[in-house]
Design a protein around this ligand. Structure first.
Ligand SMILES: [Zn+2]
Length: 1060
């Protein structure tokens, strides 16, 4: 392991004012102006007159390069219409997606007629549209390859990535660079072991006992000011003003009712200490009971539900005694043994028992939904997912519903038939798959075949699942070089990051790369080896873009690595004096798409300014947005929607051709993320946001984000479908994907960090004692070109008891539903309405519990089911989050909303309710685990003026420094003697002392857990950065809303109102 330069940006980071990192020039290609890219002649005046020759060629005229044909007219058709045109170069083998829907009929699929509209997906996900006789195909003459476990589930050698057990771990042990930069690969790998600390944090049930006893009345020492007391306070004693049924902004109590600002430090104990009556036990499951007396109410803040850190790793068997187990908290540290149901990392349900009827589900007020993260990384201690090869016949499937063979399909008739657990159809067992049944009714070979004993397996896909040869791994980089991007150092940071990441691209002949830059024109580069240096080819016509070459824009990385590095090194200096301020984002991605169209692949865009020209150009809506929000304009939410359909239409076409777009927004200004983000959202990509960009402190994060982006386990040209038992049906999919037919979603790109939420509704009843099964099938191409079907199964018991639903409720998935609902809501409804909706979500659930499951004697109490007792806290935090606050910038809110849909399960809660720990006393806390498990409630009362605190949500890491921190500690951590000496553009350093080492260890551990480098920010009391920090103190009363205690009281009040 290398010297850990924690937090340091990659070496060539450019200060905005300094010379571009590569300007030193020795390596910059020497160029004949007009023929190849190169540094601008030194003699040229640097001011207005200078236009880099390659950036502004006269329209239609090839810029210098003798280039084969840039002439616009030559390829007009490619750009002028959305129709898929024949690919310029036939990809290896068959033509991709010729004309027709890219998911055309499966090639070689003899057994399926070609009349079905989407045979591709039918084959992939198995639509029941094919008559059984047709689909079952020839007798499965191929035995399971390799026999049961011997050569088990042979993963092709290339597939080191996620198939093989051992490879898995090795591979994901961490991107190499990561290591150099911070602690490196090892962590990454561990990463996937599950966030240890988290667990500690949210171990919920453990502290149940805590609330079973009669809540003692204690002083409420918190920062709260007692709510104003009004007269006539019925059940709650002193119903504060905010308690009364006044409609706040949208029925949700907000700032208007809150008078007291939070007291930051050491608020004096409230004088209104009250006793709470004993709480009778309610239901056998010891729900948390919050007593509320009929006198002035006060709740002991130490008694109210908070995530409690735990510190040990939990071992979790998915099924025991033929019954599903309730999974551990998603944020905890656990190791899974798949004993029939898949790991909860792959799928978890809002309730671990399924209601028998739709009526029962509505009564519970909870949604029935699954969080699916089909490529989620396992813990290295877990058995990896096995690859099963059925040979030419392909995986065994139900002939009616096309569900895949799984442990819950029941073999009958001495094994000659099997009954599908999804549709109930009685299938004939293929002769070569026959096995006798044992005395227990199970197949004798069940334990030797992963598909019969494991909840998750990966099948090798046959030709039937391909419409063309599996695509190569194509990475195309598109970099903004307009004036602002250059001046702020964004271009230099992007080029540096790409250059350093090239070595992390998957190895092999199938990995291809391409690059282009853009401002008001688009510049492609011919990276072909034979050429001495990269040749720039300019596309000046941004209204009708085309690709200047049919070949050589995207070439195998092995053939062009040197050229590419050289080019990346010279780009910042080539454009050093660029005065073009316009950015043709839409046209540029369209042009890049045209180059990628024959293959598909990942398009990584580095964008720095508002797209101002060309296709899909945008206007600044920021000013408009701020005005509207502050004036209470009803339709301000429309600013969170894309401005028009231009980019969406383009994105759909990209998705059809398997192009996945990630956008890295590196900016110091408004870029209209609401509009831009529609492209990644539709193509299975994501948005990264560096604002306000600092080349000093953000370059390291950019580099690490990019590195993880290209090196993490991922797949291409994927299609996913979730099937379920008869009785329920899929209602909706939510996430980043493109959907063209009702049953399947298309994912041009899918990686280990992406999740999809799937909601269900009843269309029939279940019998008590039966099980409801869910099966997710993801057909995808690995980065090494194998076609695979990853199948995850979850079978849950059905119940007709409402109490069971609450007992088996899953707070992580439930909150994920609420979070996505809110993220969608803010784009279509006024904020006040969204706050009201999330409030109602919470109140309705607890009302149902109160009404049907709690004892009569507990009228005056707020009773929270143990399983979801943290829901109020998370709901409160959500209502104060950036997405739902009035005072956040438009782009910040858009980013927040775009971040939510693909959020992996373990990061859902921290995104809204971050983790806070003290760091000035780290050396007193023992090992890393205990350092991270000693989390603090998000309340200013836990901040001391003598302390330094770290708060992280998986994306940002804020350091708050009290006003009276000792010089010694400042010196140890920051290397300065006073707070003022710490630069605002903060980079965490490692110094040679135990405290600094401990802090760096902790930060690296968090990075490992979150798969994220984290953006470091320094927060000081009394300036805007301090305000930012305090905005996360969600338990305190603030201008944005109630305190936690008040919020509980408010919920109680709402429930009582509904009870009347
Ligand atoms: Zn079936």
């Amino acid at each position: 392991m290398q010297n850990l330069q924690i937090g340091r940006p990659p070496p060539p980071s450019a200060a905005p004012s300094g010379p571009p990192p590569y300007l030193s020039g020795s390596v910059a290609p020497s160029v004949t102006v007009g023929s190849r890219p190169g540094p601008p002649p030194q003699t040229l005046p640097s001011r207005p007159q200078y236009q880099p020759p390659f950036t502004r060629p006269p329209p239609g005229i090839p810029n210098g390069p003798p280039s084969a044909g840039i002439p616009g007219p030559r390829f007009p058709s490619a750009a002028s219409s959305m129709e898929p045109s024949p690919p310029a170069i036939p990809p290896q083998g068959s033509l991709p997606f010729p004309g027709s829907p890219p998911h055309g009929p499966p090639v070689n699929n003899i057994s399926q007629p070609s009349v079905y509209p989407s045979q591709y997906s039918a084959a992939a996900a198995g639509v029941p549209m094919v008559p059984p006789s047709l689909v079952s195909g020839p007798p499965h003459s191929q035995p399971l390859m390799g026999g049961p476990l011997s050569q088990p589930y042979m993963s092709p050698p290339q597939m080191q990535q996620y198939t093989g057990p051992s490879q898995m771990q090795q591979q994901y042990t961490g991107p190499p660079q990561m290591q150099q930069q911070y602690t490196g690969p090892p962590q990454m790998q561990q990463q996937y072991t599950g966030p240890p600390q988290m667990q500690q944090q949210y171990t919920g049930p453990a502290h149940m006992q805590q609330y079973t006893g009669p809540p003692q009345m204690q002083q409420y020492p918190g920062p709260l000011q007692p709510p104003p007391i009004s007269s006539g306070a019925p059940p709650f004693g002193s119903p504060p003003v905010w308690q009364q049924p006044r409609p706040g902004p949208g029925g949700f109590p907000m700032s208007s009712m809150v008078q007291a600002p939070p007291q930051m430090f050491g608020a004096s104990p409230s004088s209104l200490t009250q006793r709470m009556p004993p709480v009778p036990p309610v239901m056998g499951n010891s729900p948390l009971a919050m007593a509320q007396p009929s006198t002035p109410s006060h709740v002991d803040p130490r008694q109210i539900p908070r995530p409690i850190p735990g510190s040990s790793v939990e071992f979790f068997e998915t099924r025991q005694g033929n019954q599903a187990n309730n999974p551990p908290s998603a944020t905890s540290d656990f190791v899974v043994k798949d004993t029939g149901n898949c790991s909860p990392r792959l799928m978890r349900c809002t309730m671990n028992q399924v209601p028998c009827t739709g009526d029962l589900l509505s009564t519970s007020s909870m949604p029935l939904a699954l969080m699916v993260q089909p490529l989620a990384l396992p813990n290295p201690s877990e058995e990896p997912i096995q690859v099963v090869d059925f040979g030419e016949s392909g995986p065994l499937r139900c002939s009616r519903c096309k569900g895949y063979i799984n442990p819950f399909m029941k073999f009958v008739d001495q094994g000659r038939h099997f009954i599908c657990n999804l549709c109930g159809f009685n299938n004939e067992t293929p002769r070569d798959y026959f096995s006798n049944l044992g005395p227990d009714g199970r197949r004798r070979d069940a334990d030797e075949r992963p598909e019969l004993c494991r909840g998750a397996v990966e099948f090798v896909a046959t030709k039937e699942y391909m419409v063309r040869d599996p695509m190569p791994a194509v990475f195309f980089f598109l970099v903004d070089v307009s004036m602002n991007a250059i001046v702020t150092g964004a271009t230099a940071a992007a080029c540096s990051a790409i250059s350093q990441c090239i070595t992390d691209l998957p190895e092999g002949p199938r990995t291809m790369v391409g690059i282009a830059t853009f401002d008001s024109a688009i510049h492609f580069y011919n990276l072909k080896r034979a050429l001495q240096q990269p040749l720039m080819l300019v596309v000046p016509d941004i209204q009708d873009v085309y690709t200047p070459l049919h070949t050589d824009l995207i070439v195998p990385v092995a053939e062009c690595r040197k050229h590419l590095e050289q080019l990346l090194e010279s780009i910042p200096s080539m454009f050093e004096s660029n005065k073009v301020v316009d950015s043709a984002f839409g046209s540029a991605i369209k042009a890049a798409f045209l180059a990628m169209k024959p293959t598909g692949g990942k398009l990584l865009v580095f964008q720095s300014v508002l797209p101002s020209i060309g296709t899909g150009s945008l206007s600044s809506r920021e000013t408009e947005g701020r005005t509207n929000v502050s004036s209470g304009e009803k339709e301000a939410y429309k600013l969170l929607q894309p401005v028009d359909m231009t980019l969406k239409t383009m994105a759909i076409e990209f998705a059809e051709h398997q192009v996945c777009v990630d956008v890295f927004i590196i900016t110091q200004a408004f870029v209209d993320i609401a509009s831009v983000s529609v492209v990644p959202r539709t193509t299975g990509g994501q948005v990264y946001y560096y604002y306000p960009f600092s080349s000093l402190s953000d370059a390291a994060k950019l580099y690490n984000d990019l590195r993880w982006n290209i090196s993490r386990p991922q797949g291409f040209e994927a299609v996913m479908r979730v099937r379920c038992s008869q009785g329920v049906q899929v209602q909706e999919y939510l996430g980043n994907f493109c959907k063209r037919i009702p049953t399947d979603i298309d994912l041009p790109g899918i990686d280990c960090d992406k999740s999809i939420l799937v909601t269900f509704k009843h269309d029939d009843k279940f019998q008590e004692g039966t099980e409801c099964a869910f099966q997710c099938a993801l057909l995808y191409t690995t980065i090494y070109g194998q076609r695979r079907i990853r199948v995850s199964n979850l079978s849950l018991p059905c119940t007709s008891m409402l109490g069971n639903l609450f007992r088996a409720a899953d707070i992580d998935t439930l909150f994920a539903c609420l979070l996505r609902q809110a993220a969608t809501g803010i784009q279509s409804s006024p904020l006040s309405q969204v706050r009201e909706q999330i409030m109602n979500f919470c109140v309705n659930i607890f009302h149902s519990y109160r009404k049907f499951c709690a004892s009569v004697s507990s009228t005056g109490q707020l009773i929270l089911p143990e399983s979801i007792k943290l829901l109020p806290l998370y709901t409160l935090a959500l209502s104060k989050s950036i997405g739902l606050r009035n005072d956040a910038l438009l782009d910040e809110r858009s980013y927040w909303a775009s971040h939510v849909p693909p959020l992996p399960i373990p990061l859902v809660v921290p995104w809204v309710y971050p983790r806070m720990i003290s760091i000035h006393d780290l050396t007193l806390k023992g090992n890393n685990d205990s350092k991270l498990s000693s989390t603090l409630p998000l309340s200013a009362e836990h901040l001391s003026d003598n302390g330094i605190y770290l708060l992280e949500n998986g994306e940002d890491c804020l350091f708050f420094i009290g006003n009276s921190v000792s010089t010694e500690i400042l010196q140890q951590i920051f290397g300065v003697n006073s707070v003022d000496g710490i630069p605002t553009q903060f980079v965490l350093q490692q110094y040679d002392n135990t405290l600094s080492n401990a802090l760096n260890d902790v930060v690296n551990e968090i990075r490992r857990q979150r798969s994220s480098f984290l953006r470091m920010r320094l927060c000081r009391k009394g300036d805007p950065s301090g305000m930012l920090f305090f905005s996360y103190m969600v338990e305190d009363k603030a201008p944005g809303g109630l305190s936690y205690v008040e919020f509980l009281v408010h919920i109680h009040r709402q429930i009582q109102t509904k009870m009347e």
